[in-house]
Write a protein that binds this ligand. Structure first.
Ligand SMILES: Nc1nc2c(ncn2[C@@H]2O[C@H](COP(=O)(O)OP(=O)(O)OP(=O)(O)O)[C@@H](O)[C@H]2O)c(=O)[nH]1
Ligand SMILES: [Mg+2]
Length: 453
């Protein structure tokens, strides 16, 4: 990979500036020949204004050029960054000229891949670059920044260090095959193993939270007909999205909309209300609602607080709701018939009273809901490193190997049997941050990037 590749780093279209980058050994020549600039070390990483001239000598644009020599480059190779006027025609002309001078178009993610291959980023940091660009919520941004700063690599390294210490102990025993292990030594090794096992399990548990931050928290509005689910949805979205009517059974097909609850991305679903009677179409809608409820991350259980009879939640829900993943919303608090809270209804589930119609209690409801997510479902998202699916797979393999090692230790098997398991556990940890020589896997990983990143 000694050729030079180039790509625009900014999206197509008219803009104040457009950035074009080129990376590879041709960069010093480009500086001299296209820009009339010397690639001297003193002027490295300093902005210089220059006229870009094409091969025929014609002026293309006045640009700001930044030269990163290989030893001071974020990519570990010669890099040229040009800021030009944000006209797509200019971008095209410069790219065409760069091609004429021997640069090829960059592959998706090739700049970041280069930084990884040159050891400037570990694999988890390279992934964080893609996450950072794609993040659709404050919380997802924060998580990607932390990963880019190397938080994930550091936590994985802690586990690696622990397992290396474990390995060292086991290998020390290998040298004394005749003697029985002193019990306190065996106990210490087991304690070490247990500690790492617990830490790995906690890391694996963060996977769900990461999914929630990046795909959105699937939240389903559920309840009897006419409770005001659709009215509440419209208030949450700040738009008249769903039909609202006094007729029972208004919503049949479910609706899905994204919105941001503070820093959290939510996908909210409005569903068909429940009642005993109703036609086949309504019944089909209710079936969908039940399916959604079964796979939801969070339930907003809406009731009409003016009704005397308690809601038969058992008939509506596939299972009793997890109090950490449900909020009971007692609606229609503006009406005189609005009754007191029934404590026997969904005991343990947090509850709020509001009027979806007037908005009374609505802000407090949003706050309660957000706090509930922060304190429960997403409790780790602020403080911990979160692992993506690829990481979780390796963590699970690593955990399985270490569990076998733990079992073998418990059975007082010879270290000879245990050492390979610990090594396997280490290999999987290594694959999270790098040490991946599988080209196909790298192609998949970086193929998801945009061109120019
Ligand atoms: N007074 C009052 N009326 C409300 C409130 N929320 C909803 N309503 C009314 O209750 C009726 C039903 O509201 P919807 O939002 O359609 O109820 P739903 O739960 O979506 O009903 P289905 O789609 O039939 O299951 C409408 O006439 C609303 O205007 C509220 O807080 N106060
Ligand atoms: Mg409705």
């Amino acid at each position: 990979m000694t050729d030079t590749f180039a790509a625009p780093a900014t999206p197509p279209g008219e803009s104040a500036l457009a950035v074009v980058r080129a990376c590879g050994p041709l960069v010093p020549r480009l500086l001299r020949e296209a820009l009339g600039l010397e690639p001297t070390p003193e002027r490295a990483r300093r902005a210089r204004t220059a006229w870009y001239r094409d091969l025929a000598g014609g002026i293309v644009d006045q640009v700001v050029a930044l030269h990163y020599p290989a030893n001071r480059s974020p990519l570990g190779r010669e890099l040229l960054e040009l800021s030009l006027h944000g006209n797509p025609l200019l971008v095209d002309r410069i790219l065409a000229d760069l091609a004429a001078r021997g640069c090829r178009p960059a592959e998706p993610g090739e700049f970041t891949r280069t930084a990884y291959l040159e050891g400037r980023l570990d694999l988890s940091q390279a992934e964080a670059v893609a996450d950072l660009i794609r993040a659709r919520s404050e919380a997802a941004l924060r998580q990607s920044r932390q990963q880019l700063a190397g938080g994930l690599g550091r936590e994985v390294q802690e586990r690696v260090d622990e397992l290396l210490a474990l390995l060292a102990e086991l290998e020390a025993y290998l040298d004394f095959p005749e003697e029985d292990l002193p019990p306190e030594a065996a106990a210490r090794t087991i304690a070490r193993c247990e500690h790492s096992l617990a830490a790995l399990r906690a890391m694996i548990r963060t996977g769900e939270q990461r999914e929630l931050l990046h795909r959105g928290i699937r939240t389903v509005l559920l309840g009897p007909v006419n409770a005001g689910k659709s009215r509440l949805l419209n208030r949450i979205l700040g738009a008249e999205r769903a039909l609202v009517s006094a007729e029972a059974g208004t919503t049949r097909d479910y609706l899905q909309e994204p919105f941001a609850l503070g820093p959290y991305p939510v996908q909210i679903y409005d569903t068909a209300g429940f009642r005993e009677e109703g036609g086949a179409l309504e019944a089909a809608g209710r079936e969908r609602a039940r399916e959604l409820a079964a796979t939801a991350d969070f339930l907003l259980l809406v009731t009409d607080g003016t009704l005397r009879a308690p809601t038969d939640w058992e008939a509506l829900l596939p299972a009793p709701p997890d109090p950490g993943r449900a909020l009971l919303v007692r609606n229609k608090a503006d009406l005189p018939a609005f009754g007191p809270d029934r404590e026997d209804e969904l005991p343990g589930v947090p509850r709020v009273a509001l009027s979806a119609e007037t908005g009374d209690g609505f802000d407090a409801f949003l706050q309660t809901w957000e706090d509930q997510l922060r304190g429960g479902l997403l409790a780790d998202a602020e403080s911990r490193v979160l692992y993506n699916r690829r990481h979780i797979l390796h963590l699970q393999h690593s955990l399985a190997s270490l569990e076998r090692a733990r079992e073998a230790l418990g059975d007082a098997l010879s270290p000879e049997w245990i050492v390979p398991e610990v090594r396997a556990a280490l290999d999987d940890l290594g694959a999270i941050v790098g040490h991946v020589d599988n080209e196909d896997m790298l192609d998949v990983l970086f193929g998801e990037f945009c061109i120019g990143k």
